[in-house]
Design a protein around this ligand. Structure first.
Ligand SMILES: C[S@@+](CC[C@H](N)C(=O)[O-])C[C@H]1O[C@@H](n2cnc3c(N)ncnc32)[C@H](O)[C@@H]1O
Length: 278
């Protein structure tokens, strides 16, 4: 993960704050604001409050009950950051079937856990570029995520910013780099709800910037692997598959379980985008 000492950094959804603490200790950024979805009591109950106390002692702003999908949370901050980072995002588990229905069904629109996570990340990117990143700064948003199912089925590279209009300019996914936890001693990747340390499976940090900053992003992050190639009519863009050489290859892909599942998510997502207009 590329972090420059002159940057101002905002972390989002930082479970136990160990990522922010390690970032502060090992990268020495100009400014660091750390945010968590939990309240102070929830955070302390799940993980203790050592990291919170450490960050406060070192004059880092820490905001609890910060929900990146809600404007009320976003409005607490000003657009002064160079990079906004969301490590291993995941919507919290549902406490009941009723809560699941409440969060995934709006009018005629039905989301699934897959598309609910896409919504979380779309709003993270939208709010980052509209309200959190400084116009004169590096203009970067990072999401780290595991390179395995179910996360790779969120189509992080292409689905999140589809048709997303921001106040400044188009947002571009510029590529990904391997996420190396060894850069961040003390960082424990947390489970969404429990005090469990998640296995360090292979993970990627995905990077977005604005149209005008694309070249600068490649210069700042030379290790970026460009987005996966899409093949349009010669492949399947929903699954990033192709090019298909024969009709039989195309047919076998289209009747396969993976494609059917991805096509269902894609349809659900497009319906949601049309309905939500955001
Ligand atoms: C798998 S945990 C990862 C926690 C931490 N980022 C880490 O790397 O250890 C997913 C995190 O996403 C956070 N999250 C889920 N929905 C959120 C939202 N709407 N706003 C902010 N954070 C959210 C959860 O609170 C949880 O801490």
């Amino acid at each position: 993960m590329i972090i420059k000492p002159q940057w101002s950094i905002l972390t989002v959804g930082d479970g136990d704050l160990s990522f922010s603490r390690s970032l502060f200790s090992h990268f020495n950024p100009h400014k660091l604001t750390a945010t968590v979805l939990d309240s102070v009591d929830e955070l302390t109950h799940k993980y203790g409050n050592d990291n919170l106390a450490f960050l406060k002692q070192n004059d880092c702003e820490v905001i609890t009950e910060f929900d990146v999908t809600r404007s009320e949370s976003i409005d607490q901050l000003s657009p002064c950051y160079d990079v906004v980072i969301f490590q291993f995002p995941l919507v919290p588990n549902f406490s009941s079937q009723q809560q699941f229905i409440q969060q995934t069904q709006f009018d005629d629109i039905k989301l699934s856990v897959n598309t609910l996570n896409r919504r979380l990340l779309r709003l993270f990117l939208k709010h980052s570029f509209n309200s959190l990143l400084s116009e004169s700064g590096a203009q970067l948003a990072y999401i780290s995520s595991k390179d395995v199912k179910p996360y790779i089925e969120w189509d992080i590279e292409y689905s999140l910013t589809q048709g997303l209009k921001t106040q400044i300019s188009d947002i571009h996914f510029v590529g990904s780099t391997p996420f190396d936890i060894k850069q961040l001693p003390g960082y424990k990747i947390r489970n969404v709800d429990r005090d469990k340390h998640v296995k360090d499976t292979e993970s990627l940090t995905y990077v977005w910037t604005t149209r005008d900053n694309r070249q600068a992003a490649f210069e700042r992050i030379p290790s970026l692997t460009p987005p996966p190639e899409l093949f349009g009519e010669n492949g399947c863009d929903i699954c990033h598959a192709g090019p298909f050489i024969t009709e039989a290859e195309r047919h076998n892909h289209l009747v396969g379980k993976k494609h059917k599942r991805m096509a269902e998510y894609d349809e659900q997502w497009r319906n949601y985008l049309t309905w939500s207009r955001c």
